[in-house]
Design a protein around this ligand. Structure first.
Ligand code: SF4
Length: 89
């Protein structure tokens, strides 16, 4: 999978959720998605590009992208996920 394919997948996710979209700053979004893909290459899973895995799978499940960012403080205060990949629409 490349960044464009991941973008398409995440855009579908956003459509489904309704109140979220990818960061309109395409460069920022692409860098974050590239990080997700690099993590996938290393670990086999699409982990968050800006948080470090613990090595404990039960805990790291929460770092799979997209995570439950609606519960994050940054979402409530700034309207974006921790990495700024997803923003409020
Ligand atoms: S903080 Fe953003 S980039 Fe990181 S896992 Fe959650 S949704 Fe993905």
């Amino acid at each position: 999978m490349n960044v464009n394919e991941l973008r398409q997948r995440f855009e579908k996710y956003c459509e489904k959720e309704g109140n979220v979209r990818l960061n309109p700053d395409k460069k920022h979004a692409d860098i974050a998605m590239d990080g997700v893909l690099q993590n996938e290459e290393k670990t086999g899973l699409k982990y968050c590009p800006c948080r470090i895995q613990t090595g404990d799978f039960e805990k790291d499940i929460e770092l799979l992208c997209p995570c439950n960012f609606f519960a994050q403080k940054t979402w409530q205060e700034k309207g974006e996920c921790w990495c700024g990949l997803f923003v409020k629409s």
